[in-house]
Design a protein around this ligand. Structure first.
Ligand SMILES: Cc1cc2nc3c(=O)[nH]c(=O)nc-3n(C[C@H](O)[C@H](O)[C@H](O)COP(=O)(O)OP(=O)(O)OC[C@H]3O[C@@H](n4cnc5c(N)ncnc54)[C@H](O)[C@@H]3O)c2cc1C
Length: 410
């Protein structure tokens, strides 16, 4: 009989296994993984560099239907816990602008490090094993974990099955089905941290442009601001600021979506300053035409996009530009409004909003209330982080906490 069976070999499952085995090296642990590889999302995270955590760690960095759980998680934990865990694992990290990465800048090495710890302590990993059910035996003192072709007896079970986001990296519904079969309640799931499709037929003119901007979501009486990179694509916007914005959209009523967000493409310059800059450039007669003035501020493709949207001839000579046109150009740069389209790309989604209802678990141990000794951790739960290392932080720290609790109660 195994002492702990961990279902899913992602960031949460591997952190749980490494914690348990470092704390008590003779623990009998089995990891059952549905795919033929471990840590596929972890190894691809942060564009292959793995953004592990972030020095800015506030409740606003997370989303859940259970706000008090977010508060408790943020109060009880810190990015230093993630850094300390990896130091213990023998992996150093570095910080850049608050974002933490492994020193190697290679996400794959994070997965390999956790796998090495497991392998050197004889943690058993079985691949191509999709867990279909977990049955209590001995009056909830042990469990039978059932796959398509086998069953395994154990004392404790840690469910770390992740979400259905990004199927190309192993995102799957299988974990949700397993959890629902156990009569554990789940909240509605939405793909988030995705590009946002918008109602703008001129967007393709600026395709490929990246600008550091400020995005404001403005609906009802709420205003939410995100600063960061905005990337313009053929028919959608992406980049960190937009991906974060995508976390709010699923909960906004359809009627409030029209023009619900705007972008300030030059957040570091006030409206007045920008207007007088453009006006002076036109008066100075240094640039031949208005396009050339705007090309001094933005990439050429973006300058063309702006003028096309405003229906202003890009070749119009600066002397002929009117005050009204300068006002319009300034206003568009400072506050370009967009309407998101109901087009959600689960294929590219870096996380899922929603998951196991937090009321189903004890918030300090991640043990389920219905099944003593069964824990649920990581992205399978109804807590989602913004871009910036918050999802890995949660997956890792919840995995650690559950493993410690399971060991303490073996
Ligand atoms: C492209 C991309 C980039 C990202 N970059 C970052 C980043 O830089 N920083 C950050 O914080 N977050 C990032 N994320 C999010 C982060 O990777 C995830 O939130 C995190 O990996 C989730 O860990 P997890 O262990 O909960 O789930 P997963 O890593 O998804 O692991 C779940 C595992 O369970 C297995 N499984 C599922 N069901 C079953 C079953 N029934 N039986 C057996 N096995 C099962 C799956 O095959 C999978 O291996 C990124 C995500 C993506 C897709």
């Amino acid at each position: 009989m195994y002492e702990i069976v961990i279902i899913g070999a992602g960031a949460a499952g591997l952190s749980a296994a490494s914690t348990a085995i470092m704390q008590k090296p003779d623990t009998k642990i089995l990891i059952l993984e549905r795919g033929n590889k471990c840590g596929r999302k972890l190894s691809a995270s942060g564009n292959g560099k793995c953004n592990l955590t972030n020095s800015f760690f506030e409740k606003d960095c997370y989303f859940s239907n259970n706000l008090s759980f977010i508060e408790q998680f943020v109060d009880d934990n810190s990015p230093n816990d993630v850094i300390a865990f990896f130091e213990k694992c023998g992996l150093l990290v570095y910080e850049k602008d608050g974002y933490y990465y492994p020193l190697s800048d290679m996400a794959r090495q994070v997965t390999d490090r956790l796998l090495n710890i497991c392998a050197s302590h004889r943690v058993v990993i079985e691949y191509d094993k999709c867990v279909l059910g977990i049955e209590p035996t001995d009056n909830f003192k042990s469990y039978l974990v059932k796959t398509t072709d086998n069953e395994y007896k154990c004392r404790k079970v840690i469910i770390a099955t992740g979400s259905n986001s990004y199927p190309g990296l192993g995102g799957t519904e299988c974990g949700y089905e397993l959890i629902k079969n156990m009569d554990i309640d789940m909240t509605e799931i939405f793909p988030v941290l995705i590009p946002v499709y918008v109602d703008d037929d001129k967007l393709s003119i600026a395709q490929g442009v990246r600008i550091n901007a400020e995005v404001t979501l403005d609906f009802g009486d709420k205003k939410i601001r995100e600063r960061g990179q905005v990337q313009i694509n053929n028919n959608n916007l992406s980049g960190i600021a937009i991906m974060n914005l995508s976390c709010y959209l699923p909960k906004i009523e359809q009627a409030l979506l029209k023009d619900c967000f705007y972008i300030d493409y030059l957040p570091y310059m006030s409206w007045d300053k920008l207007k007088s800059y453009i006006k002076n450039q036109c008066l100075d007669d240094i640039c031949d035409n208005i396009l050339s003035v705007l090309e001094g501020i933005f990439p050429s493709k973006f300058a063309k996009y702006l003028l096309d949207k405003l229906n202003i001839d890009s070749q119009i000579i600066t002397a002929k530009i009117t005050e009204k046109q300068i006002n319009k150009i300034t206003s568009y740069i400072k506050k370009m409004r967009y309407t998101p389209l109901p087009q959600y790309d689960n294929e590219k989604s870096q996380a899922s909003l929603g998951g196991v209802n937090i009321d189903e678990i004890c918030a300090d141990s991640y043990e389920t209330r219905k099944y003593e000794g069964v824990y649920i951790v990581g992205e399978a739960l109804d807590i989602t982080g913004k871009c910036g290392g918050y999802n890995l932080t949660f997956a890792i720290l919840s995995g650690i906490k559950a493993a410690q609790n399971a060991l303490d109660n073996l």
